[in-house]
Design a protein around this ligand. Sequence first.
Ligand code: PLP
Length: 382
Amino acid sequence: MIYLDNAATSWPKPPRVLKAMVDVLERAGGNPGRSGHRLSIEAARVMYDAREDIARFFNSDDPARVIFTNGATHAINIVLKGLLKPSDRVVTSAMEHNAVMRPLRSLEDRGLILDVVPCTSDGSLDINDIAKAVDSTTRLVVINHASNVAGTILSIGGVASIAHGAGALLLVDAAQTAGVLSIDMKACGIDFLAFTGHKGLQGPPGIGGLVIGDHVDTSQIEPLVQGGTGSQSELEEQPEHLPDKFESGTPNIVGIAGLRAGINWIMDRGIETIRAQEKELTVALIDGLSDIIGTKVYGTHDPERAVAIVSFTATGKHVSEIGLRLDEDHCILTRVGLHCAPAAHKTIGTFPEGTVRLAPGVFTTRDDISTVIVAIEKVIQS
Ligand SMILES: Cc1ncc(COP(=O)(O)O)c(C=O)c1O
């Protein structure tokens, strides 16, 4: 089997991730921050160590500003629904995932003013268009770091300067880049970083996080969920201190342990090594697909400006038929359709049918790509 659906969730996971998850249940199975006994204290230590590693990984100074969530969607919702008021103005791009678009459209129904900046058909964002859209009335700019449809990387640093120049904050959806591109929150000027654990970070499903910039005033943000935190239990009101303000309910300690192991695995392998491998595989995919008559490959075709996500269509073949034949006849797993990102497909011109998306991962080899290209050619010509 060749698994090319790593943009949906990475698979397989490094063995140490699985081991860390089993280990935490065996060794530190208490409820962190709740009880005072040794298993609870050990679980709290696992969480704290993970927060420290995550803060370091994204170059944030304060581990207490790492908020665990169940994924990027949850992290994005914390910011959008907690920070924004009905008449606020928000600027976003036309390449966003529904994790961003759906909460924004729902807030728009309640009075939010939303400006969606168009992107070019290869998924790129012209920084001048952001500059035109952002002004002193803008509260927040929200953009993805890389598209889950075309793979195109957006220029975060440039957007941050424009947002901050106008007094707005920047929320970055790093679901497709955390673990494959080096992300320095301070150098890039990111105020809120939403990430997921189960893709490039090699963790399990059900864990992710929000890293809040050191200077962001969190008293302006209402928690999305309120409840038990294990701290200040004498209060019937939600604590104000971090991370507790945004982390109610029993945390996913197993997921957190797996995420930490995934991040440590990435640090050991080296993010530059991972990136170099992804670029090589992306080039091989684009070159191979471009040689097949009838295919159209989307995105920039420039591995420097894209993560390892290659979307294509083929004349005369429905994408779902291609995906099905690759799966059933060749044991090649891809994802077809709209990838929860209708705006991005409208931008690149593939709405409503969508594309076949090929997303290699850290365990994909150059030989896998050669096999995949031969199989795609057979499917398309059959
Ligand atoms: C760009 C982008 N944003 C957000 C998400 C949502 O991530 P999660 O499933 O972890 O909530 C995804 C997942 O596919 C994504 O690709």
